[in-house]
Design a protein around this ligand. Structure first.
Ligand code: HEM
Length: 245
């Protein structure tokens, strides 16, 4: 890792590294909002938990509003995701820390080392071995991105059924026979949602845990773009080869 090549601000006892550029940060917070709306509206579409009496003003339109909100958020989610995928290659800061070398044994050694570290909640001296994602996190984000893509495909395929032969049906209609019918597509869409909810529970609780016990400033890095390390800190290439204390 080339820590010296990136922008850094040194103060008396810490070095601040510029890790997340504005595109990464803004797209992260857009995701937080739209995925929140997608989960809420999706759950409502699936199980309308609030049904106003027929004589109340918006009783007839509440489901339509939820479906419209779901679709609008889905469009934003898709555009945000596509731009973010482009930014993996075009962006300067994020690309630098994106390590997806699954063909290298070291990728899996690091992921396994991290998994053991996380499951056992051990504290080691070497946990801050990288500024960006460790390889286990990288793997998780790639799987998440693929799951979100399937979510989009199944969602647009369902949307296409509203107007057979129309724009969305023509582009995404093939997804329905691929998964063996509309009921399966709906079920997969819903199962991925629960996967995303599981990820979110883990993601939020873990960044709080890491912030408190291991990596101060981690939470604010998604707002400021800066991560902090002790002065003189150097990334460790193969931390799993170091002896534990
Ligand atoms: C590009 C992304 C997405 C598109 C295009 C999309 C589209 C759709 C469509 C068209 C429906 C069917 C609505 C109907 O029955 O008329 C639906 C249902 C649903 N969506 Fe999405 N959606 C997307 C992303 C998401 C995400 C990210 C979540 C949650 C994390 C989600 C959760 C749900 C749920 C729970 C349902 C109800 C399924 C059921 O009928 O039981 N969707 N979505």
């Amino acid at each position: 890792m080339q820590a010296n090549q990136i922008y850094r601000v040194e103060s008396e006892c810490v070095t601040r590294y510029y890790v997340w550029d504005p595109v990464v940060r803004i797209s992260h917070w857009i995701n937080v909002i739209v995925v929140g709306v997608l989960i809420f509206t999706g759950l409502y579409i699936s199980t309308p938990f609030y049904r106003p009496n027929a004589d109340e003003p918006f009783s007839a339109t509440i489901m339509a509003t939820m479906k419209n909100l779901h679709f609008l958020s889905a469009i934003i989610f898709t555009l945000n995701g596509l731009f973010r995928a482009y930014w993996w290659f075009a962006g300067k800061t994020y690309r630098q820390w994106f390590r997806f070398h699954i063909w290298r044994a070291d990728f899996w050694k690091e992921a396994w080392w991290k998994l053991k570290d996380y499951i056992t909640l051990r504290y080691t001296d070497y946990e801050l071995h990288t500024l960006g994602h460790n390889t286990l996190a990288t793997l998780t984000y790639v799987i998440l991105f693929l799951a979100a893509s399937v979510q989009g495909l199944t969602g647009f395929a369902m949307a296409g059924r509203i107007n057979p032969g129309g724009f969305f049906d023509t582009l995404f209609g093939w997804v329905i026979p691929l998964f063996g019918g509309e009921a399966n597509v709906r079920m997969i869409h819903k199962m991925i949602m629960w996967g995303i909810i599981g990820f979110m529970i883990h993601h939020i609780s873990f960044v709080i845990y890491l912030e408190v016990f291991r990596e101060k400033g981690m939470l604010s890095s998604m707002i400021t773009g800066l991560k902090t390390r002790p002065l003189g800190w150097e990334p460790i290439e193969k931390p799993w080869e170091k002896k534990e204390k």
